[in-house]
Design a binder for this molecule. Sequence first.
Ligand code: APR
Length: 231
Amino acid sequence: MQKRIVVLTGAGISAESGIKTFRDDNGMWKQYRFEEVASPEAWHKHPEVVLDFYNQRRKNVVEAEPNAAHKALVKLEDYFDVKIITQNVDDLHERAGSSDVIHLHGEIRKARSSNDPRLIYPIKGWQLNMGDKGEDGEQLRPHVVWFGEPVPYIEPAMEITREADILLIVGTSLNVYPAASLFQYASKKIPKFYVDPDANAEIQIPNLKIMKEKAGSALPDLVPHLIDNYM
Ligand code: APR
């Protein structure tokens, strides 16, 4: 039976692919107020502004490539049962080849009916516009979780984290709940690794090794270490 590695990822793992993080100096929330572009209120007030915000980000995602960090996690799958739980809405984990990815905050390359969340559609290219409708005749919206909306997969994510034998936390400021509380569901006894150049050294997580490095250089080193020492 392969050991289970759970990898909690955030915007930092895609930073070296040219996708902006949110709270770094040049982050997304330094350029936009999230209430104005990523909330149900914003959608109600000015849906075209929201669609344009996501179109710009989606174009960036379509043009981006997975980086060495995404690829290193794929390598782990040859030796471990790897479950990726990401806050990211990009599809770089999947495009790198990861086979088991949960998107806690949705997927930017998908759209859904603004009336029936079960009606989900892939977006061809990068544009989703006013007048694009689902089979129910309703305007399509980005298939992402906006501030104030529920996080549908948080329960299964907690269960998966509970069963982890090893936990990696990569490229997240651990600012946004409930995702930020997930690591607390991991057993106190298991080895944990936190990869973030700006990692908060005061963070109280038992059995944690902090790697204050970029994911693109840390993960290609960490993966062979895990294979050699924890298989
Ligand atoms: N490698 C690893 N980590 C990095 C890198 C890198 N190359 N570059 C930046 N980071 C780290 C930053 O130091 C920061 O701690 O990535 C983290 C990014 O934090 P945030 O910008 O807050 O992104 P994230 O934690 O994913 O935000 C969570 O907030 O706005 C919502 O829905 C949005 O999913 C997002 C959620």
